[in-house]
Design a protein around this ligand. Structure first.
Ligand code: GYE
Length: 355
């Protein structure tokens, strides 16, 4: 047990003794917004005694979006492999099945359990102020990972780490221009008909990718966005939406899939409709994430390009927690570096990929 924790425990015992002596357990709720954690002695109105002796684990409650995609599974794995008991953590994860309301309930449960840190991967951006205010009042630091929240009060979270989704949207425009050139098509010539399979509406990954693409594609006046619809980041819904698109639009040149799994669904739909896609096919497939299965799809000749989104946030979140435990300040906002991968390079790069 660390010295800090021995002291914390001692203080807690002293406070409890004092409490029992005067029998007064009322008083205002603690409202410390400083990113203090398990090492802090409990407030006098804390109902429970301090952690049992020998328990010096840092208690992390992780509110995950769901299990909708390969990206998400890699993200969950990264968190689980980082926050192990051997590394000094007690880790609990809630899979919110892509429901923001379930995430809000999960945060309230973690507040009840008095975790040391709440790590939140928000499903959608809006509506967090109340529940994060409750976490703040309870003195529990909130670290946001992956997608972002919308708020006017940035004291509601301690730090955020994730991807620059708007940049990814811009990158997808360049990715499409290059993918077209790679198959001998001049991206500035002729009408290029595009459909987009959007992610979960209202999530940062959807908003950034949709907006970034829309903004930058203005550089190509010959590109036409025929339609956009959400496939909720899943292969199944991606396939359904693509089937409907293929019925409505006989002349689709490009599919922008806001994640790899929806692209896999779209590819199935395209093949089932008797059409072709990929570097040697008629329909160009641009995707996001660049998970291993996307490399396989590029090697198989189905997908043209994937704009990378890195899910390995476990060690990044741990870095933030370690710094906070050591009383150091942390970056409020930290972006992850990302690249773009084309079918022609996929076989060579695939063995180096970590997810
Ligand atoms: O692109 C998608 C997942 O928020 C970056 O969520 C994440 C996205 C990712 O379902 O595959």
């Amino acid at each position: 047990m660390t010295m800090k924790r021995i002291l914390a425990l001692l203080m807690a015992v002293m406070m409890l003794t004092a409490l029992t002596a005067c029998g007064n357990a009322t008083g205002p709720a603690p409202s410390s917004q400083a990113p203090v954690a398990s090492s802090q002695a409990p407030d006098a109105n804390d109902p429970a005694p301090a952690a049992p002796a020998g328990d010096d684990l840092i208690y992390v409650g992780f509110v995950q979006v769901g299990a909708e995609s390969d990206w998400r599974m890699a993200n969950t794995k990264s968190m689980q492999e980082t926050f192990t008991e051997a590394n000094g953590y007690k880790f609990e994860m809630v899979d919110a099945q892509q429901q923001t309301q379930k995430q809000i309930t999960a945060i309230r449960d973690f507040i009840q359990k008095d975790v040391d840190y709440i790590v939140l991967a928000p499903n959608t951006e809006a509506g967090w102020d109340t529940v994060l205010g409750e976490a703040k009042d309870a003195g529990i630091p909130v670290i946001i990972v992956d997608r972002m929240i919308q708020t006017n009060d940035d004291s509601l979270f301690t730090a955020w780490v994730g991807s620059n989704f708007l940049q990814e949207g811009y990158d997808a425009v360049e990715a499409l221009a290059t993918a077209l050139k790679n198959k001998g098509i001049d991206p500035t010539e002729g009408e290029i008909n595009i459909v987009t399979l959007q992610g979960t509406m209202g999530s940062s990954a959807q908003i950034g990718r949709t907006d970034g693409f829309a903004e930058k594609m203005k550089e190509y006046p010959n590109w036409k966005m025929l339609d956009k619809q959400s496939g909720d980041f899943t292969q199944e819904k991606g396939q359904e939406v693509m089937e409907a698109f293929l019925k409505s639009y006989p002349d689709i040149d490009v599919v922008i899939a806001e994640n790899d799994n929806m692209a896999f669904g779209a590819i199935n739909a395209i093949k089932a409709a008797g059409k072709t896609c990929g570097p040697n096919g008629d329909i160009t497939i641009v995707s996001f994430d660049a998970v291993k299965a996307a490399f396989e799809s590029m090697i198989a000749g189905d997908m043209d390009v994937s704009v990378e989104c890195n899910p390995l946030h476990g060690p990044r979140v741990e870095g933030i927690i370690k710094a906070l435990e050591a009383g150091q300040s942390v970056d409020k906002i930290a972006y992850v570096e990302e690249g773009t991968f084309y079918a022609k390079d996929a076989a060579e790069i695939m063995p180096t990929r970590a997810y």
